[in-house]
Design a protein around this ligand. Structure first.
Ligand SMILES: NC(=O)C1=CN([C@@H]2O[C@H](COP(=O)(O)OP(=O)(O)OC[C@H]3O[C@@H](n4cnc5c(N)ncnc54)[C@H](O)[C@@H]3O)[C@@H](O)[C@H]2O)C=CC1
Ligand SMILES: O=C(O)[C@H]1O[C@H](OP(=O)(O)OP(=O)(O)OC[C@H]2O[C@@H](n3ccc(=O)[nH]c3=O)[C@H](O)[C@@H]2O)[C@H](O)[C@@H](O)[C@@H]1O
Length: 463
């Protein structure tokens, strides 16, 4: 069998870009991306895609309704597919055993049940979502217990390593494609079938074959190591502020050691995004379930350091503004969790905004890609406030950085958007209340020039 029809369940940040790239690189394969959300599918079928990723619009425009389809007809897409990606969300559980830590596998399980119920031919089922180690075992059990006679399934683990904002580039030039399979002849066959899809553009030496459990754990380990680097450099930023060392110089100095390398050493207001926290919590929970408390505590510390960093930065804003921000107007530049995305999930900006709003500040918020409704939704969430009406009264969402900064006491940079680097800060300074402050939570601006203009400049990891 050669794979000619792929179904991807879950049209999110992973399913959408991944399948668009597969459709582009494999014109001989029909790729159908399905979702339970009618709204999301209609957005994928419209001119304004539900997610912003550089390069994605172009691919979708070229392949949509040629060999790339977005549909809510989940059953039909499953039935006709040879290979099915499960690419649904695996959020942190919000109730029951493991609440606040374990991964909620409800959505993955629902997919497995639907696949088992509607499949009338053999399928390769590919776990693309990030899952706890041995999740494939549960998927296979559900598939085996519910299938029609003479229908066989193989479950592969093929975690996704793309980063938002550079998803298309990551997918086209992946560092590696990891495929874990059952250690049987059928498992090896399934691995080869999925590999053939990737071999249309990924060099063979970049396709890494492991057993299923190694593949599942590798995904959690990769995110844990990446998050750990950020927490490590952020911990150094605290020492820098206390001693007069400069964290950028320290990062450069250690990054030149080829064993350490320069990437992911940017000290910041803290890491955000939908996955680092969720996957670390999941890893910690797995360690606890395996009765490995020392290992659990080790990885928990990476998360604790991140909370500390976000709080430290928010508190610095308040302390510098003479220990009170009540009634003061503060501009927030950036609301997304990183540049080049409109995604705000676990964005450090939410933490900063919450702290400032709790202290009675008024916020002018500008982000080039985040929709105003999303900002309102994030800041009126019960986790952020028990008084949503007050929040709505206290925030103004701007579509222009200059008006956002008008007559405010301070600018707080929460996202490293390139456009913030080249703004006319002299013009901005003139229109702000004096003394005018800038808190550069991303270390992107030229602090010497800002100080010359007259700004009181504060940043991370430097006095
Ligand atoms: N966002 C990212 O950059 C990355 C995410 N991941 C992992 O990939 C998985 C998906 O993440 P995202 O794409 O960000 O999530 P997302 O929340 O953007 O998309 C998931 C989609 O699945 C749909 N869905 C849920 N249950 C369904 C069902 N039974 N049938 C059909 N559709 C269903 C939801 O409606 C939603 O549109 C997660 O496990 C995540 O940890 C992995 C690498 C990168
Ligand atoms: O599993 C996932 O969801 C993905 O999580 C991260 O990707 P992503 O969250 O999209 O973005 P990153 O570039 O990793 O940034 C995460 C956060 O760390 C921050 N960061 C990153 C790098 C750095 O040096 N310093 C720093 O503060 C970013 O600003 C952002 O808030 C991983 O990089 C991907 O490999 C992985 O596939």
């Amino acid at each position: 069998m050669a794979v000619t029809k792929i179904c991807c369940i879950g049209a999110g940040y992973v399913g959408g870009p991944t399948c668009s790239v597969i459709a582009m690189q494999c014109p001989h394969i029909k790729v159908t991306v399905v979702d339970i959300s009618v709204h999301r599918i209609s957005q994928w079928n419209s001119e304004k895609l539900p997610i912003y990723e550089p390069g994605l619009d172009d691919i979708v425009r070229k392949r949509r309704n040629v060999n790339l389809f977005f549909s809510t007809n989940i059953e039909e897409a499953i039935q006709e597919a040879d290979l099915i990606f499960i690419s649904v969300n695996t959020p942190t559980k919000t109730f029951g055993v493991g609440k606040g830590r374990a991964a909620d596998l409800t959505y993955v399980e629902n997919c497995a049940r639907t696949i088992a119920q509607v499949s009338t031919s053999d399928k390769i089922v590919v776990e693309k979502s990030t899952v706890p180690v041995r999740a494939a075992e549960s998927i296979l059990k559900i598939l085996s217990a519910n299938h029609k006679p003479n229908v066989k399934f193989q479950v592969l683990s093929n975690p996704e390593f793309l980063s938002e904002g550079v998803a298309v580039e990551n997918l086209l030039n992946a560092d590696r494609v990891l495929i874990g399979h059952e250690e049987t002849a059928d498992g090896l066959w399934a691995f080869k079938e999925l590999s053939k899809v990737y071999l249309n553009w990924i060099p063979e030496e970049k396709i890494l074959r492991t057993n299923t459990w190694s593949s599942e754990l590798t995904k959690l380990a990769a995110n844990a190591f990446l998050a750990q680097r950020i927490s490590s450099i952020n911990s150094m930023s605290v020492i820098c502020e206390a001693t007069g060392a400069d964290v950028s110089e320290v990062a450069k100095g250690i990054g030149l050691d080829s064993r350490i390398g320069p990437k992911f050493l940017q000290a910041s207001v803290g890491f955000g995004g939908s996955c680092f926290q969720k996957d670390l919590l999941n890893l910690v929970y797995i360690c606890e379930c395996l009765n490995l408390p020392q290992v659990a505590v080790y990885w928990q510390q990476v998360l604790d350091m991140n909370v500390y960093q976000k709080s430290r930065f928010s508190n610095k804003v308040i302390e510098s503004l003479f220990n009170t921000v009540t009634g003061k107007k503060i501009t927030m530049f950036g609301f997304a969790f990183k540049k080049d995305t409109g995604d705000t999930r676990e964005s450090p900006a939410i933490h900063v905004a919450k702290t400032l709003l709790d202290e009675g500040a008024k916020l002018n918020i500008y982000d080039p890609k985040v929709e105003p409704e999303q900002i309102q939704k994030d800041l009126t969430h019960p986790y952020v406030t028990d008084n949503p009406e007050n929040v709505i009264r206290s925030i103004e969402i701007h579509n222009n950085p200059y008006t956002a900064a008008d007559s405010t006491h301070a600018i707080v940079i929460c996202t490293e958007w390139d456009e913030f680097v080249n703004l006319d800060y002299e013009k901005i300074y003139k229109r702000m209340i004096k003394p005018a402050f800038i808190f550069d939570g991303r270390k992107i601006l030229n602090h010497e020039i800002l100080a010359t203009i007259g700004f009181q400049v504060h940043t991370i990891g430097k006095r």
